[in-house]
Write a protein that binds this ligand. Structure first.
Ligand code: ZN
Ligand code: MN
Length: 473
């Protein structure tokens, strides 16, 4: 297979109260065209004023991505015509971006991998176009909602350090969890709060760009398709053309949109209505001091508790789950056991119902009590699965459920011995086979005794008693 080189360009909507350059609210469920003013409608004579909160969020993201924040950066006008851009230009950043030279770390199957970040800069979103169902030259139509016009955006450009669709997904997941941990964006791809363009080449040849991918699934599928397409072009001694392609989700193919425009085509020039941005180091330090623990550090801490890298990553990249996990730790529970139950039974339950951990009545205290009960030997881990499911449904305590449903483990050797003797009596053939050396039959007897106990016999005691009886000729 030819080696893919992949870079990602991500646009993130910031969760500020107001827009980037005016005081219109940022709100996604409002009636179309109700959150507008002369500035975000691009009316002549209106003047932009930079949103301080947006700058602060950008500082936090730049720090989290280990970028160098530039002491001096500038806004530029990126000139092009499109109906969703009434000014005829987008206020963006060009050769003096807010920050550069960062990285983020992904947890791949082969271990940690560092993906470089070329730059993080600020710009404004465009209006939103909604295209009518029937698109034809005579009957098609498009609607424009200017509520989105001027919403603060971050553009985060990776270096081409990504070498598979899988790694691209991991990069996006890591980025999303950083943004959510910082609380600067919902980073929800389905709602367009995080949008992704990818560029890809094989063996460092000519690259193509695929624009506007709006789900993790699309990013992976589009890359897989494009890798195959380029491979076939090269196999037939053809040439990959540098162009922008569109991913057709329904057909699962990428299609040529236009040959790639160059930066010069935009006639960038400094935005004369905004002063250059000077960021004082004390401001950066103040933002840094308020930053929460980032997924990268969480992962490290979890690995030190004995979690496997993938387990640590799964928990660290889900802020709600990580909070839950940390609460269990602070109650003194052993990390490895908490993780085992969270990532198996609890996640299975949540995923099947498309719920998050904060939407079920299970509390960290509840889970820790459950682990104590398990350790005491009151129930087996098999019964434990039933108990935890009921805890997830009802929020009741483990002891309460065990009591109510009579699930306590039976450790009474007299009782267990009685069941074991019954099983031995009823299965003479298997017993003689076992005694002649067919040891794999042991599990058969265990199963039978367990069944008689209603699944409640203490497995250790059961094993010991059964072995004694079977070995007794
Ligand atoms: Zn406005
Ligand atoms: Mn951009």
């Amino acid at each position: 297979m030819l080696k893919p080189t992949i870079g990602l360009e991500v646009h993130v909507q910031l969760k500020t109260r107001s827009k980037m350059f005016c005081s219109c609210p940022v709100e996604f469920k409002a009636e179309p065209n109700t959150l507008v003013c002369p500035v975000c409608l691009g009316l002549p004579g209106s003047l932009p004023v930079l949103n301080r909160q947006a700058v602060e969020y950008t500082i936090a993201v730049a720090l989290a991505l280990h970028c160098e924040i530039q002491p001096f950066s500038q806004f530029h006008r990126k000139n092009y015509f499109y109906p969703d851009l009434p000014k005829g230009y987008q206020i963006s950043q060009y050769d003096l971006p807010f920050s550069r030279n960062g990285y983020l770390i992904i947890e791949t199957e082969e271990g940690e991998k560092r993906i470089g970040i070329q730059r993080v800069h600020m710009e404004e979103d465009t209006a939103k176009m909604i295209h009518g169902e029937s698109i034809s030259r005579t009957s098609g139509y498009s609607l424009i909602d200017f509520n989105r016009s001027g919403v603060p955006l971050l553009e985060i450009v990776s270096r081409p350090d990504i070498s598979s669709p899988q790694e691209a997904t991991l990069y996006l997941m890591e980025l999303r969890s950083i943004l959510r941990t910082l609380g600067v964006s919902t980073a929800n791809m389905e709602e367009g709060a995080l949008r992704c363009d990818v560029n890809i080449s094989l063996e460092r040849g000519t690259r193509t760009e695929i624009k506007n991918l709006n789900s993790f699934h699309s990013v992976r599928k589009a890359l897989e398709y494009e890798i195959k397409r380029q491979e076939e072009v090269l196999k037939e001694k053809g040439q990959v053309i540098q162009e922008t392609r569109h991913y057709d989700e329904r057909a699962g193919v990428t299609l040529s949109m236009r040959t790639k425009e160059e930066a010069e085509d935009y006639r960038y020039f400094p935005e004369p209505d905004l002063v250059p941005l000077k960021i004082d180091p004390p401001w950066i330090e103040e933002v840094r001091s308020r930053m929460p623990e980032l997924p990268e550090d969480k992962r490290k801490r979890y690995k030190e508790l004995g979690l496997f890298p993938q387990e640590a990553a799964t928990i660290a990249n889900n802020p709600e789950l990580a909070n839950f996990f940390d609460s269990c730790l602070s109650l003194g529970a052993p990390g490895k056991e908490v993780a085992n139950w969270l990532l198996s039974e609890v996640m299975k339950y949540l995923n099947a119902r498309n719920l998050s951990i904060i939407e079920v009545p299970l509390s960290p205290e509840g889970l820790v009590e459950f682990l104590t009960v398990l350790k005491e030997g009151t129930i087996s881990s098999k019964i434990g699965k039933m108990v935890i499911e009921e805890m997830l449904q009802t929020g009741d305590g483990a002891r309460e459920i065990i009591e109510r449903r009579g699930l306590a483990q039976i450790s009474d050797p007299v009782l267990i011995k009685k069941w074991a003797e019954e099983v031995i009596k009823e299965n003479p053939d298997q017993v003689s086979q076992y005694r002649q050396g067919k040891e794999q039959l042991f599990g058969f007897f265990v199963g039978k005794v367990m069944k008689l106990s209603g699944g409640k016999a203490n497995p250790e005691i059961l094993n010991r008693i059964l072995k004694e009886l079977l070995l007794r000729e």
